[in-house]
Write a protein that binds this ligand. Structure first.
Ligand SMILES: Cc1ncc(COP(=O)(O)O)c(C=O)c1O
Length: 344
């Protein structure tokens, strides 16, 4: 039986208090703007992200799709870092839904620089695709949970704007970035044309994300949400969970970061294991088994047999995510399982 699940920060279950908030939520038909809880969540998230408006969506994946639809025309090019989520894990959605192309930039830890943006933006030559968006993932997922600082985002955004290119931010773990840097979410959000915040990752809600932008952008986002089948009905029941998460689960992300740092230090001390993309800044710990003789899938299975789930991300890489449902004791259990399996 799995006792400590570090496979993803999506593994959290609603707490009893969150379930109560859901049960007691005032609801209505959200697509007719009759759900006060959804409306409150959108207003709150828009303000948090420093924008005029926001729209509640079933997932961050849909937020990305809608943003690319909003910001590109068919055939346009989006600059992304080579490891970014929508390039690898959204089923080709940007191509299927927005008819845009992705141009991967090779960065470090999932981040790229303003100079890379300036170099990559196409001129107006008719044979080239038009570069219309730069998409930033903050924190980076495959980049190891690295945080973009506000200055880094500002530099990239300035380089993009100088070329007439829009800025989108994937905020699957933006709350982690804000807590790690101590900077308000809006400091990041204001630098972007569109930005979204996921409630179903570190914040611990079961469903949902809000995409924020100008009133006009959100008005148009609603049309695309409708087209994609994302318009809901009594969605206040899930928006209540997200509001509860904003009230109670934001600051505690610092605990997840401290636990990830503890796990990372222990992993680094085990002979044969090595951290990938260090340092660990937030809640993701990637490590390699290359020096241990273990393959990642085999180690993942051996850990599962000891009640600990850490997912294999390739032949030799594993990823552990800390979250609301893993406490200090859980981290010590995971460390003991790793030591017992690998030795050291
Ligand atoms: C960086 C990043 N972007 C987008 C997503 C998609 O979010 P959702 O699971 O809410 O669709 C994820 C999910 O893991 C992610 O890690």
């Amino acid at each position: 039986m799995i006792r400590v699940d570090l496979a993803s920060d999506t593994k959290t279950r609603p707490t009893p208090a969150m379930r109560r908030a859901m049960a007691e939520a005032e609801v209505g038909d959200e697509q007719a703007f009759e759900d006060p809880t959804v409306d409150a969540l959108c207003a709150r998230t828009a303000e948090l992200l420093g924008h005029e408006a926001a729209v509640f969506l079933p997932s961050g994946t849909m937020a990305n799709q809608i943003a690319f639809r909003l910001l590109t025309r068919p055939g346009d090019e989006v600059l992304v870092e080579a490891t970014t989520h929508p390039l690898h894990f959204e089923s080709g959605g940007p191509a299927a839904n927005a008819y845009c192309m992705f141009r991967p930039l090779t960065g470090e830890r999932g981040k790229f620089t303003a100079d890379q943006v300036t170099d990559a933006v196409r001129g107006g030559f008719r044979h080239h695709p038009r570069t219309s968006v730069v998409a930033i993932e903050n924190t980076t997922n495959l980049g190891g949970g690295a945080v973009w600082t506000v200055d880094e985002v500002a530099a990239v955004a300035a380089a993009a704007r100088a070329e007439g290119v829009k800025v989108h931010m994937d905020g699957a773990r933006l709350a982690n970035a804000a807590v790690a840097t101590g900077v308000p979410l809006a400091a990041y959000g204001r630098l972007c044309d569109t930005v979204w915040l996921d409630f179903s990752k570190g914040l611990g809600a079961p469903v949902g994300a809000c995409l924020a932008g100008s009133k006009d952008a959100v008005h148009e986002a609603w049309r695309i949400k409708q087209q994609l089948g994302g318009a809901m009905r009594q969605a206040g029941i899930i928006a209540a969970a997200a509001l509860h998460a904003l009230d109670h689960h934001l600051d505690r992300l610092a605990d997840d970061h401290a636990r990830a740092a503890r796990l990372a230090a222990a992993v680094a001390a085990i002979d044969g294991l090595a951290l990938v993309n260090p340092p660990v800044e937030t809640n993701l710990v990637f490590f390699s088994t290359e020096g241990s003789g273990w393959s990642a899938p085999a180690l993942s299975e051996a850990l599962a047999a000891r009640g600990v789930r850490i997912g294999a991300m390739g032949p030799h890489h594993l990823r552990a995510c800390t979250h609301l449902d893993v406490d200090d004791a859980g981290i010590e259990t995971a460390i003991a399982a790793l030591r017992a399996a690998v030795g050291g």
